[in-house]
Design a protein around this ligand. Structure first.
Ligand code: NAD
Length: 482
């Protein structure tokens, strides 16, 4: 890897300067200082990476699964021993706090541990005598070259949802990380190399739209795993599918947190605050609408308002920071536009936090809106910033109907002491990842990341058994011996 701030691609087991000459600056969101310049790779750079992956595929698919799993275990051990440095890299380039970054690296390690169980998860099945003297066997084989295209908000975790599992299933892999957080991807590429994955099995191509579009249309890419915003997910899904590829595209969100009048506020208020304002609201599982069921909304809003006013906004490196900066200056402007729109649309600002004085970082003062109408744009669109809307509802039925009107269906949660209310919620809500008295219901790596509706394009989700299915073809062999 080059030691300069100009990053390189990792292709065929070597760091290579890109053919493309364009670069984007990567600022530290906490103070605006320059961290790196990332190449805007073009078709020629993608061609080199895909070619390396294609060339490595025949030998890698024939490596016994137990040996592939041993490389994953080696990677897992390297991730473990570099946890703190990885977390610092994530925190620095993304702006989340060190604790949040540590948690996300831990989640990535869990996904890597799940990948190591491939000798079990890859097993097929066999049925004797499907007809007289005829047997059937189902076996799984890799799909080929997988492209992983990832967002800025989890620079280590989301690449680790994809690459270890795709590789252990016998595929080769090309990562196109977010151009806004390229440094953790560079760190990961180094670790894949050290773990003993053969040259060409894991490749890294930096860049933005041109690199993505070259991957989506390249004839030697067989499958695309994508995580990012809703408009990009739709583009990825339609373009890659039209080019004959298998696609999973995880998209944006607008998650509802229903708070019943009987909820235990000692636990509920911190859980809601952490869901909405943790990681500056830049999480696809962030709670962004609280549906407060009456009676009890006034009491809840008063408690939430007090908490929001007391949030400490500051640089990711400070131990006292609870809410870091957002990712870029233009994203800060976008979030502030949403806040102005909420104010002019009649929502009440129940609380507004403070930003650090005299800083060049990309800080947004956290805002709690009360008496938001469900049809307002701030209650419908993903803001991806430290903004929480409270919508009031007269009953659980009305609260569920409010949540179900969203075009998104990533996550939802209920806070209650009533098992019957929780059961009705789980049964009727139209979202894929649910929390009962849990504000960020992130599935463990052995379950699918199961967004619904406009939060997901595809059939098989990321992580868990779905992902094993996604990264493999099925073959059914019917056998008769004479
Ligand atoms: P993004 O869509 O801007 O970028 C994601 C990736 O797509 C990046 O690698 C980027 O280079 C590429 N890209 C961006 N615009 C493109 C275009 N026009 N054509 C081709 N490629 C393009 O997303 P982001 O801002 O990096 O990430 C935040 C979004 O991701 C939020 O909407 C969040 O909800 C979503 N997200 C979803 C999940 C989930 O599991 N559903 C998880 C994490 C993040």
């Amino acid at each position: 890897m080059s030691g300069s701030v100009d990053l390189q691609n990792y292709v065929g087991g070597r760091w290579v300067p890109p053919v493309a000459t364009g670069r984007l600056e990567v600022p530290d969101p906490s103070d605006g200082s320059l961290l790196a310049r990332v190449p805007r790779s073009e078709a020629a750079d993608v061609e080199a990476a895909v070619r390396a992956a294609r060339d490595a595929f025949p030998a890698w698919r024939d490596v016994p699964v137990a040996e592939r799993a041993r490389r994953v275990i080696a990677l897992r051990n390297l991730l473990e021993s570099h946890t703190e440095d990885l977390a610092r890299s994530v925190s620095r380039e993304n702006g989340k706090t060190l604790d949040e970054a540590r948690g996300s690296v831990r989640r990535g390690i869990e996904a890597t541990e799940f990948a190591a169980s491939a000798p079990t998860t890859l097993q097929g099945y066999f049925l004797e005598d499907v007809s007289r003297g005829v047997d059937s066997t189902l076996l799984r084989q890799p799909v080929g070259v997988v492209a992983g295209i990832t967002p800025f908000n989890f620079p280590v975790m989301i690449p680790l949802w994809m690459a270890p599992l795709a590789l252990v299933c016998g595929n080769t892999f090309v990562l196109k990380p977010s151009e806004r957080v390229p440094l953790s991807a560079v760190f990961l590429a180094r670790l894949f190399g050290e773990a003993g994955f053969p040259a060409g099995t894991f490749n890294l191509v930096h860049g933005d739209v041109a690199a993505v579009n070259a991957l989506l249309t390249h004839p030697a890419v067989d499958a695309v795993s994508f995580v990012g915003s809703a408009p990009t997910a739709k583009h990825i899904y339609t373009t890659a599918a039209a080019h004959g590829k298998r696609v999973q595209a995880l998209a944006g969100a607008k998650n509802h947190l229903i708070v019943m009048p009987d909820a235990d506020l000692e636990h509920t208020v911190p859980a809601v605050i952490s869901s909405a304002f943790g990681q500056s609201g830049e999480r696809c599982l962030a709670g962004s609408v609280v549906v407060a069921v009456e009676p009890g909304a006034d009491r809840l809003v008063a408690r939430l308002a007090e908490a929001v006013q007391n949030l400490t906004v500051g640089p990711s490196s400070s131990d006292s920071t609870e809410v870091g900066p957002v990712i870029r200056a233009d994203h800060r402007e976008k979030v502030n536009r949403w806040i102005r729109e909420g104010e002019s649309g009649g929502a009440i600002v129940a609380a507004r936090g403070k930003v650090p004085e005299s800083s060049d970082g990309f800080y947004v003062a956290p805002v709690l809106f009360d008496r938001v109408q469900p049809e307002m744009a701030i209650a419908q669109e993903e803001i991806f910033g430290p903004v929480l809307c409270v919508v009031r509802a007269g009953s659980l039925t009305e609260a569920i109907a409010t949540a179900n009107r969203s075009r998104f269906g990533n996550a939802a949660a209920i806070f209650t002491r009533d098992g019957g209310a929780a059961r009705t919620f789980v049964h009727d809500i139209q979202a894929g990842m649910l929390g009962v008295n849990i504000g960020v219901p992130a599935p463990a790596a052995y379950f699918p990341f199961a967004g619904w509706k406009g939060s997901f394009y595809g059939d098989l989700h990321a992580t868990g058994r779905d992902a094993v299915e996604f990264y493999t073809h099925k073959k059914v062999v019917t056998t008769r011996w004479f």
